[in-house]
Design a protein around this ligand. Structure first.
Ligand SMILES: [Zn+2]
Length: 467
C-alpha cells in the first residue's frame, strides 16, 4: 500500500486551484515519473549549422521579419514543417529544463531544426518571470540555460524574457551570461495596441538588451493582422519586425495559439514579398550579428550545512509569482481540487500552511519548497542524509515528499516518507530521508495529501542529519 501511495505522490506538479489542463501549460511544471535514477551524461551533438551570414545582408530601408517562437511548445513543430518546406528559418526561444517533456520539443527535434538553419535561443532554464526573482537566481536562470543549450551543441546568442519580465539589472544579466541580444514584447504598434509606438524596431536598436517587438500573436489575430505588421513597416521606412508565436492550433489550441493554416498562409505570403518588395525573413541572430561568445557558468551555490536549511520556514514573507508564500509553491496532479494558503497558527501569531483537498478522484496535492535553481530549494551534498520536521494536524493521512534537482536544473520526484496518521492535536513529524544519490544538486520537500481532508503545518525544518 505504501508503494502505491509513493507512486501517487509522484508526477506532474501543478500550481493554484485551477484545472490540470490549464496548469500543464506552464513550462515550469512538468510531469515526471517516480524513477529516481541519477541522470546519465548525455552525448553532445555537434550540429552542422550553416555558416553565420554576414550581419545585415540587406539594405537599411528594407523590412526584415524575424519569426520567433517562445517556450519550446511541441505544437510549434507544425510551424517548423511549414517553414522548412518554403525554406524560411525561425528563432526558437526554449526553456532547457522542459525539453523532452510531454508537450515540449524533444532534443532530437531541436537537433533537426538546428541542422536546417533554425536558431535555438534561450528563454531561461525554467519559465520564471525574472522580475519575481532574487538577482542571483535571475543570473542562474539565464546563464545555466545558455550553458545547457550550448553544451548540447547549439549556437546560442539570442534571449527572450519569459513573460516579458525585465528591468535594467535583468538586461545586464543577459549581457553578462554571453548573449548578444534580448527580445521584449511591446513597443511596436499592432492590432493588440501600442498606438503611435512606431511600426518597426531599428536595425541598430536603442537597447539591444531589450529589443522592441509587437505584442505576441494571439488567437484573435487574423492573417491580415499579421500581414499588416509587415505592410505598415514597409510603408513607413522599413525596419525590423519580430513576430512572436506560442502555440499552433489544432495541435494545441488556447488563447495564445495561431491557426496552423493561417500561419501557413501568412508565411507563404511573406516568402513572396522577397521577390515583390525585398522584404526578407531572417533569424534574430542574423539581424543582430556578432560572435558566439564563450559559455558563462552560473554563480556557484555552496551547500549550507548548519541549522534550518529552509528559506521562509515561517511562511511570513509575501508571495512572488506563483508562490503562495515566498519560496513555497502548491503542486499536485490527478483529478482533485487542491488549495494551499498561508493561515495564522492558532497557538501563536506566526503563520503556517493550510492545505485542503476536495472532490478527490485520484492523484495528490501538496506544498513544496519552490522547485528552482537555489533561491528557495535547498542546495545539497550527495551522500548526506537530511532530516525533515514539521508540526502538523490533519483530518486525513499525509506524507513528506521529496524532489531532486539535477545539474541542468531539471527536477525529478525522488521519494516519500511513511504515512503520517491523522491527528486533531498538533504534533511533530520527523523523517530522515535516505542518503542523497550522486548527481543531484538540490532538494525540495513538502507535505502531500492524497485523499479529501485538511492539513495544517508549521515550524517546518530541514537539516543535515548526523546519527
Ligand atoms: Zn515564454
Amino acid at each position: 500500500m505504501k508503494m502505491l501511495v509513493a507512486f501517487l505522490s509522484a508526477g506532474a506538479l501543478l500550481t493554484g486551484c485551477v484545472s490540470a489542463d490549464v496548469l500543464f501549460s506552464s513550462p515550469t511544471m512538468k510531469a515526471k515519473g517516480p524513477a529516481p535514477a541519477p541522470p546519465e551524461p548525455r552525448l553532445d551533438t555537434v550540429h552542422q549549422s550553416p555558416p553565420k551570414l554576414e550581419r545585415r545582408d540587406y539594405d537599411r530601408d528594407k523590412t526584415v521579419v524575424s519569426l520567433t517562437f517562445d517556450d519550446g511548445n511541441a505544437s510549434q513543430h507544425e510551424a517548423v514543417k511549414i517553414l522548412d518546406e518554403i525554406e524560411l528559418e525561425g528563432t526558437f526561444y526554449v526553456n532547457s529544463s522542459v525539453l523532452d517533456s510531454p508537450g515540449y520539443f524533444s532534443r532530437a527535434q531541436l537537433d533537426a531544426m538546428a541542422n536546417t538553419g533554425h536558431e535555438i535561443a534561450g528563454h531561461g532554464v525554467q519559465h520564471r518571470n525574472l522580475s519575481d526573482l532574487e538577482p542571483v537566481e535571475t543570473v542562474r536562470q539565464i546563464c545555466m540555460d545558455r550553458k545547457n543549450l550550448s553544451n548540447w551543441g547549439y549556437q546560442v546568442t539570442s534571449f527572450a524574457f519569459p513573460e516579458a519580465g525585465s528591468n535594467p539589472a535583468i538586461e545586464q544579466a543577459v549581457a553578462d551570461c554571453g548573449y548578444n541580444s534580448a527580445r521584449g514584447l511591446g513597443g511596436i504598434e499592432s492590432v493588440t495596441g501600442c498606438e503611435g509606438c512606431g511600426y518597426a524596431e531599428s536595425f541598430d536598436p536603442k537597447n539591444i538588451w531589450h529589443t522592441l517587438a509587437p505584442a505576441m500573436v494571439d488567437a484573435d489575430w487574423t492573417v491580415e493582422d499579421m500581414q499588416n505588421l509587415v505592410l505598415n513597416a514597409e510603408e513607413n521606412g522599413g525596419g525590423w519586425i519580430q513576430i512572436t508565436f506560442h502555440h499552433l492550433c489544432p495541435s494545441s489550441c488556447n488563447e495564445i495559439s495561431v491557426q496552423t493554416e493561417d500561419f501557413a498562409q501568412f508565411v507563404s505570403w511573406l516568402k513572396d514579398r522577397e521577390q515583390k518588395t525585398g522584404t526578407v525573413v531572417r533569424t534574430v541572430d542574423e539581424v543582430v550579428g556578432g560572435p558566439i561568445r564563450p559559455i558563462v557558468d552560473e554563480p556557484e551555490l555552496p551547500a549550507n550545512t548548519e541549522g534550518n536549511l529552509v528559506v521562509n520556514s515561517g511562511f511570513s514573507e509575501q508571495p512572488r509569482g506563483d508562490d503562495f508564500s515566498r519560496c513555497w509553491q502548491a503542486a499536485g496532479y490527478g483529478k482533485n481540487n487542491g488549495h494551499a494558503r498561508v493561515e495564522p497558527k492558532a497557538t501563536n501569531d506566526s503563520d503556517g500552511v493550510r492545505l485542503e483537498i476536495t472532490n478527490y478522484r485520484d492523484g495528490d496535492f501538496k506544498f513544496l519548497q519552490r522547485l528552482d535553481l537555489g533561491e528557495c530549494a535547498t542546495q545539497i551534498i550527495p551522500g548526506e542524509r537530511y532530516e525533515m520536521k514539521a508540526t502538523y494536524s490533519a483530518t486525513t493521512t499525509a506524507q513528506f515528499v521529496l524532489y531532486l534537482r539535477d545539474p541542468q536544473g531539471d527536477w525529478l520526484y525522488w521519494t516519500a516518507s511513511d504515512w503520517l496518521a491523522p491527528t486533531d492535536a498538533a504534533k511533530e513529524a520527523v523523517w530522515v530521508a535516505p542518503a542523497i544519490p550522486e548527481g543531484f544538486t538540490g532538494l525540495s520537500f513538502g507535505l502531500s495529501l492524497f485523499s479529501e481532508g485538511i492539513l495544517h503545518a508549521d515550524d517546518v525544518e530541514m537539516s543535515v542529519y548526523s546519527d
